[in-house]
Design a protein around this ligand. Structure first.
Ligand code: CA
Length: 233
């Protein structure tokens, strides 16, 4: 019985060339009852991801044989696993490029065990929600509820009025809740591909949106210089 249960807990693939970091990740994740598997190079990561189909992939940016972005791009061609990038401080540009390539989130080293587990739970929740939301047409995130077919938004069951742009912006975040959506992704989705440079639009409308979400505005997470994400409790 216990073996059957263990085999159903999510599988996490940690891609990291530093043994010390791998040891920390393994201890933290096995301690939280996840199944753990590791790779120390990009090539090994691609092989293991294809063979074992992990739910979550933790991807270090500094690998000996491949650029993290190439590993991410390859995996994204066929996998919907949550990819969480492990980056060093000051790698903002790489983080944004990785998110634009299909990574879901990132953690900046050094990170705590609690942060790691929180991001993994968010990734697993998002994957579960994506499969249920695609049929129901509604989205729920803590006090926020969006009815996409009726284009209505509720906070604690009270309807709030959003402009079409605010609705699109919130919808773009909701479609990838638990992920960080980069500024250029949001600008492209809401205002179109010609607006990628207009980050002032985004700043202004994000302020409007937050104001309308009132007591629920904490569910929007801001990553300075990178983008925004919806964090569902
Ligand atoms: Ca490394």
């Amino acid at each position: 019985m216990s073996r059957a249960l263990a085999s159903q807990s999510p599988l996490i693939l940690g891609v990291e060339d530093e043994p010390q970091v791998r040891r920390f990740l393994k201890a933290a994740l096995e301690g939280a009852n996840y199944r753990w598997m590791e790779a120390s190079t990009g090539a090994e990561a691609l092989r293991r991801a294809a063979e074992y189909l992990p739910e979550i992939i933790l991807l270090d940016l500094g690998l000996p044989d491949m650029e993290g972005i190439d590993v991410c791009r390859e995996i994204r061609k066929w996998s919907r696993a949550t990819i969480i990038v492990l980056s060093a401080r000051g790698q903002d540009r790489e983080k944004v490029a990785l998110l634009d390539t299909g990574a879901d989130d990132y953690l900046t080293k050094p990170f705590s065990c609690d942060e790691l587990l929180a991001r993994i739970r968010a990734g697993l929740r998002r994957m579960a929600r994506q499969s249920s939301d695609s049929t129901s047409g509604t989205f729920t995130c803590g006090p926020l509820k969006i009815d996409f077919s009726a284009r209505r938004v509720f906070i604690h069951e009270l309807e709030i009025q959003l402009t079409p742009i605010e609705f699109k912006l919130l919808g773009a975040l909701a479609a990838r809740s638990g992920q960080i959506v980069t500024k250029s992704q949001l600008l492209t989705e809401v205002w179109g591909p010609h607006s990628v440079e207009q980050s002032n639009y985004l700043r202004v409308y994000m302020t409007y949106l937050r104001r309308k979400l009132q007591g629920a505005n904490h569910i929007i997470r801001t990553e300075a210089g990178v983008g925004y994400g919806l964090e569902c409790p």
